[in-house]
Design a protein around this ligand. Sequence first.
Ligand code: FE
Ligand code: FE
Ligand code: ZN
Length: 309
Amino acid sequence: MLKLGSHVSMKGADMLAGSVEEALSYGANAFMVYTGAPQNTQRKPIDKLRIEEAHQRMRAAGIALEDVVIHAPYIINLANADEQKRSFAVEFLIEEVRRSAAIGAQDIVLHPGNHLDDSLDTAVERIARGLDEVLAATEGLTVRIALETMSGKGTEVGRRFEEIAAVIARTERKERLSVCFDTCHTHDAGYDVKDDFPGVMRAFDRVIGLERLAVFHINDSKNPRGANKDRHENLGLGHIGFSALSAIVHDEKYAHIPKILETPYVTADADAKKRIHPPYKEEIAMLKERRFDENFIARIRENPSPKKG
Ligand code: FE
Ligand code: FE
Ligand code: ZN
């Protein structure tokens, strides 16, 4: 069975219950949430997340807990040289893992970190140390930290599979580490996701190991392969293209892996600045039907998807 969804919001009074409704409004059977705004670290207490209601609704709608993915905020940098910032990142991530466990998710996606002015080697070591602290403090929980493959913009760690593998190799508690494969990021990092996905996955298996693969982020890219930019594009409108992305989504070998769209919202009209319409209902429908509709953005503008939360 295809496990397909998008990132959805978790906010307001409805929190996770609203996230489930939003996912269902897109026709999704999987989803990903940030536990609050991705760019800050203000979070509500677990008892305000409306988890019980969300679970009931998920059971009724047939969304499995294993297809709920959490994403840690992207300002967390375990590679930070500043000891205070690094320990804040560790403490925050410990709480994120606890929230993820309370939500019942299996994996929390984490950008490995940014090496800033330091060597890659130093960064890898700091990340591994930070992960060990987080994993030790949350011992007994089954939530895994899914290191995301990165595009290589700025000083990101994780643009080569080797960098992810190095972090895993240096972490003591490897059994709770998994990996999130982002199609835009790997393409931007130089992997030939468009024309040789099987070859890319052979490399992934050789370097990291397919058994670590936990989540796919399905995004097209605004830039050519190897651009190291990380600018997501709507499906079929970028340099990867719809047929390659659809083939990945429908690849039987990865049927058990949830696929999460993080494509950009679309504007009300071509020159509007504000991106207000989520594209997920239309993109999920296109993927299910395996048929690209080149007018889908125009259709979203005419008939915006309901946005909950
Ligand atoms: Fe991410
Ligand atoms: Fe991603
Ligand atoms: Zn990205």
